[in-house]
Design a protein around this ligand. Structure first.
Ligand SMILES: Nc1nc2c(ncn2[C@@H]2O[C@H](COP(=O)(O)OP(=O)(O)O)[C@@H](O)[C@H]2O)c(=O)[nH]1
Ligand SMILES: [Mg+2]
Length: 463
């Protein structure tokens, strides 16, 4: 990021034609830049915080009129002087305004720079800054709720509670080191261990909400895979409620990956229909298969589609993760696919249950894409597999960074538990410090000093 403290400018609305566009500026001396590109129509001087009708001009003269709000730092979102200019939403006009601002001494803002400046000036913490991005990205109402809660400080409050618990534990451990014979009552080791375990569990539980949170914010990618002619394209169309992929009895009909986004309730789901699995010497089909295999790695969920048949009971060992080396009488391609995807998040769908005498093993979702049977149940199963057990009104995170750090918090708290009886309180305290550092990395705060503060406060040392 470039020099701080300079005036930056950016278009905050999408590039394109619209009724209005909003251009923002921030930085000390913002008003000096603005006075070179806008002047009040009424001729009266600027007043901070009040919207003013302005004429927008550059070296060639006035090119538009608009509405300007100037705000004085530090009581602004960035903590610096800011200006918001609304003008007509024509990219030509926006380009002229931005060029005029650059000529007047501003520079183009980098992505997220307004929020980043707010962070720098303590207007919001890192968790809230990430939430700003999530609020803009959210593809579902639950995603909006999650981001809103984080922006309003609810997630930071959870982290603060975790942090306080860790500081208490650190204080207990430090006290054992410095004043082992002090008659001041210390907690027993069992209580410290129980406290640390509860903190580790809370951190891990919050980290585990990441999958649901990410799906709520960014939507999910769900790939249909299976042998040729299993009915993947038919299911894809049935789930979309429209004919988007070609369905045909000829095996190998789908070669490219077909993608479409739909909603299952509140969730935004992108479905991917893929080429069917089989041994092929058609280079295009083989390329499609290779692409499908790549997508498997990225998908949030796989729908492994198997063709309903009377001998389908043979699938049971593969489905239940049984010994796949055991000879299987059903299609080797399907068996290989079931084995290959065993560790992926997946649902196994048995399609074509309208056929005579078919058997559906346990743990497999029965559908008939032909008759539209089992489709609603499949949509519900997809949604619940994506969200897991996370309550829609509970707290959830949608940042991979936060998830990894929360797992670090849990690991360090558990390391402290393991270290206490073996390596002693010094080693345990060190692990708790690492857990605290991970918490502070999440919120963007720094500390160590306040661990000592807590020790002195609790034990009245220095008296
Ligand atoms: N009886 C029956 N036939 C189906 C069903 N789903 C698909 N088919 C038929 O199976 C063939 C292959 O379907 P398609 O969706 O192209 O399979 P894909 O190769 O897995 O994409 C077509 O002739 C479909 O009409 C079903 O639920 N029941
Ligand atoms: Mg197909």
């Amino acid at each position: 990021m470039g020099t701080r403290g300079d005036v930056v400018v950016a278009l905050s609305t999408p590039w394109g034609r619209a009724a209005l566009a909003v251009v923002r500026l921030t930085g000390p001396g913002c008003e000096a830049v603005v006075s070179q590109i806008a002047r009040p129509l009424s001729g009266a001087p600027w007043s901070y915080g009040r919207p003013r009708r302005v004429a927008l001009f550059d070296a060639d003269g006035v090119f538009d009129d608009g509405l300007l709000v100037l705000a004085k730092g530090p009581a602004t979102v960035t903590g610096e002087d800011t200006a918001e200019l609304g003008l007509h939403g024509n990219p030509r006009l926006v380009e002229r305004l931005i060029a005029a601002a650059l000529a007047a001494g501003a520079r183009l803002a980098e992505p997220g720079e307004f929020t980043r400046r707010g962070l720098l000036h303590g207007k919001l913490d890192l968790v809230a800054a990430e939430a700003v991005g999530q609020l803009i990205d959210a593809t579902s109402d639950d995603g909006v709720r999650l981001a809103r809660a984080a922006l309003d400080g609810a997630l930071t409050a959870d982290l603060t509670a975790l942090r306080e618990g860790l500081i208490d534990a650190a204080a207990e451990l430090e006290a054992r080191l410095d004043w082992p014979d002090d008659e001041l009552a210390l907690q027993g080791d069992a209580a410290v261990v129980a406290g640390l375990q509860a903190l580790a569990d809370r951190a891990r539980a919050l980290a585990a909400t990441y999958r649901a949170g990410r799906v709520w914010v960014h939507g999910a990618r769900v790939a249909l895979v299976g042998a040729v002619n299993a009915g993947k394209s038919s299911l894809f169309n049935a789930l979309l409620g429209t004919t988007r992929a070609i369905v045909h009895p000829t095996p190998g009909t789908t070669r490219d990956v077909v993608e479409a986004t739909t909603r299952f309730g509140d969730l935004s789901v992108t479905l991917l229909d893929t080429a069917g699995e089989r041994v092929t010497d058609d280079p295009i089909e083989a390329a499609g298969l290779a692409l499908a295999r790549e997508l498997i790695a990225d998908a949030d969920l796989l729908l492994v589609v198997v063709r309903a048949r009377s001998a389908v009971a043979d699938l049971v060992p593969a489905v239940s993760g049984g010994d796949l080396a055991a000879p299987l009488t059903h299609d080797a391609v399907e068996a290989e696919l079931l084995a290959r995807t065993a560790t992926n998040p997946r649902l196994i769908v048995c399609n074509g249950v309208d056929r005579d005498g078919v058997v559906v093993p346990d743990g497999v979702l029965p559908t008939s894409a032909l008759r539209g049977e089992g489709i609603e149940a499949l949509k519900r199963a997809i949604a619940s597999a994506l969200i897991g057990g996370v309550a829609a009104d509970g707290r959830a995170i949608a940042s991979l960074r936060q998830r990894d750090l929360l797992n670090t918090v849990a690991e360090q708290a558990e390391d402290a538990i393991a270290a206490l009886p073996i390596a002693g309180p010094a080693a345990a305290a060190e692990a708790v410090m690492d857990a605290l550092e991970a918490i502070d990395a999440i919120t963007g705060a720094t500390t160590r000093e306040d661990v000592l503060d807590a020790v002195f406060k609790r034990f009245c040392i220095g008296k």
